[in-house]
Design a protein. Structure first.
Length: 554
């Protein structure tokens, strides 16, 4: 048994080397042989999954990832492999499930978190609509609303809803290809927002951003107000009149007068929360945000006692959220915007909540920065890396980056971990961030070149080595790497050509009639290149062809 495991480990190491060198078929062969010696080793299936995925064999990658999870159900890496394979297969819902299941076992796994973020950003819109349709109360809303109840007798409408329930991503097709007007109406009813008109709501509450428009001084000619007045007691009638006077004063920026009228309205009718909401609006305009919050809280108390309309309740919560936003208390601001949306969803409040969440997240990130603790984590990561414990090193480097996200060398260190773990795309991403933060850091270029070689991007790797040599002409790693790339690229020109022609940017350059003429001219008269390189756009295209290996300048 011991000999079998030893042999399996030797073959695994060979597979890892082949994978890093981009020899994917060899890597799969070594991993498969290792599995024959140790079929219960989950790491072997995980590594073979990575090799299959890099080679574009996503079904095989998925099978190995599922076997990894079966053998080691508490290992986050297995779920990361599974989620990646499913994502490549465009099975985004299943991929999201895999990533989330992995986080249950490994809550700090950055790859799982990034996978979730990518998929959720892709499907946020369609999933929201799908969730709405699958809500048991949705059809009740549609059948009771006069705008949509007649639609339910139309088989084509029911077929559309059924498809969207089972496949929310079909929303894009209906919006783009069919432009069915019933879809917007359905969204309006389910969201509680009039998407079609997007007009202002009339809830008798003044608006901070856009005060009420002036009304005709002849009150007897306002037919809209008449039905409201008929069923009011004399006190409530007078309260409404005071509110209207307050609105006029508010519109004219006479806030002292507006407060006077609104307070009188409250005295005449203490059961109407709108008057208190209007008082809060005045204090908001006066930048007295603490008092604005107090008045909104009073309004909400009155509203709960008197069963106020949910839209008015939502406006009070939203105004509290805006006040705390101005006070830079983003945690409370976020809480009250969420409370507002629980009462009534409006595009404005959703937008404000998104803004607050972004700022709140950034504030938390900044508060977490601590260069000293970052250095401690970096040193622990270095120790783990030297011992060959790359997953643990990865955790330390990730924590170090959270503590000091502007340290370019940390991205380089983490890229080295990703490379050892055959996560080349993540390694490439870290290398690019490293170079962005410090364009003079030679190691950033040589490490990026190593990742590109693993991804079979030899021409791009040569370009990185060249940049490293430009910064440090004596960098032996760059000199050796460039020489190896040159030998590799010249050994199989047909393979280089096929890889280059698969690049859409290269295809576009070669389709350009002007570029074809320039390339022909370069063949007949190499000196003509000097003149063409004076044009930045042409120079960039020629550089792209050089990097792809299609042309060489001697």
């Amino acid at each position: 048994m011991a000999d079998s495991k030893t042999k399996a480990n030797e073959l695994k190491d060979k597979g890892n080397v082949a994978l890093q060198q981009g020899k994917l078929d060899d890597a799969v062969k070594f991993y498969t042989e290792a599995i024959n010696f140790d079929s219960t080793n989950h790491v072997l299936y995980s590594n073979r999954s990575a090799a299959h995925a890099t080679a574009g064999r996503y079904e095989e990658a998925l099978k190995d990832a599922e076997k990894t999870v079966e053998l080691k159900p508490d290992w986050g890496k297995g779920y990361s492999r599974k989620g990646a394979a499913l994502s490549y297969l465009k099975r985004y819902t299943d991929a999201l499930t895999a990533y989330k299941e992995g986080l249950k076992h490994d809550p700090n796994n950055q790859q799982l978190k990034e996978g979730i973020e990518e998929i959720e950003s892709r499907s946020m819109g369609s999933n929201m609509f799908g969730n709405l349709l699958n809500d048991p109360s949705s059809f009740m809303k549609l059948s009771s609303d006069p705008r949509t109840k007649d639609y339910l007798s139309d088989p084509s409408y029911l077929a559309m809803l059924k498809e969207l329930q089972s496949n929310p991503s079909a929303l894009t097709k209906y919006m783009r290809d069919q432009s069915d007007p019933r879809l917007l109406t359905t969204l309006s009813v389910l969201l509680g927002v009039d998407i079609a008109s997007a007009g202002p709501e009339d809830d008798n509450d003044v608006t901070m951003e856009e005060p009420p428009k002036a009304e005709s001084p002849k009150r007897e000619t306002k037919p809209k107000e008449t039905p409201k007045q008929n069923n009011l007691s004399p006190e409530k009638q007078q309260a409404v009149e005071q509110k209207e006077l307050g609105n006029e004063a508010y519109k004219g920026k006479n806030f002292a007068k507006a407060l006077e009228h609104y307070n009188k309205a409250v005295q005449m009718d203490p059961t109407e929360m709108t008057f208190l909401n209007n008082i809060a609006a005045v204090y908001f305009e006066q930048k007295n945000y603490d008092e604005c919050v107090k008045q909104c809280e009073k309004a909400l108390e009155v509203g709960r006692e008197n069963r106020a309309d949910f839209k008015v309740m939502a406006k009070a919560y939203s105004r509290i959220g805006n006040s705390y936003f101005k006070l830079k208390d983003f945690q409370k601001s976020k809480y009250f915007f969420e409370k507002s949306l629980a009462e009534h969803r409006t595009p404005e409040t959703r937008s404000r909540l998104s803004e607050v969440e972004r700022i709140f997240k950034e504030e938390q990130r900044k508060a977490y920065v601590d260069p000293e603790k970052s250095l401690e984590e970096k040193n622990m990561g270095n120790d783990c890396f030297q011992k060959g414990d790359y997953p643990q090193a990865l955790k330390h480097y990730t924590e170090a980056l959270k503590r000091n996200p502007e340290d370019a060398k940390l991205y380089s260190n983490r890229a080295a971990c990703y490379t050892k773990l055959a996560e080349f795309q993540l390694g490439l991403k870290d290398c690019e961030e490293c170079i962005r933060l410090d364009p003079t850091f030679v190691k950033g270029y040589t490490r990026k070149a190593a990742v590109l070689i693993a991804l079979k991007e030899t021409a791009k790797a040569m370009n990185c080595y060249q940049k490293a040599m430009d910064l440090d002409p004596n960098c032996q790693e760059a000199i050796d790497g460039y020489r190896k790339c040159l030998m590799s690229s010249s050994s199989d020109p047909e393979e280089v050509r096929k890889r280059a022609m698969a690049d859409p940017e290269v295809q576009a350059i070669l389709r350009d009639p002007a570029m074809r003429m320039i390339l022909e001219q370069m063949q007949d008269d190499p000196k003509a290149l000097t003149d063409h390189l004076k044009n930045p756009q042409i120079a960039a295209k020629i550089q792209k062809l050089i990097e792809s290996g299609l042309i060489a300048i001697r």
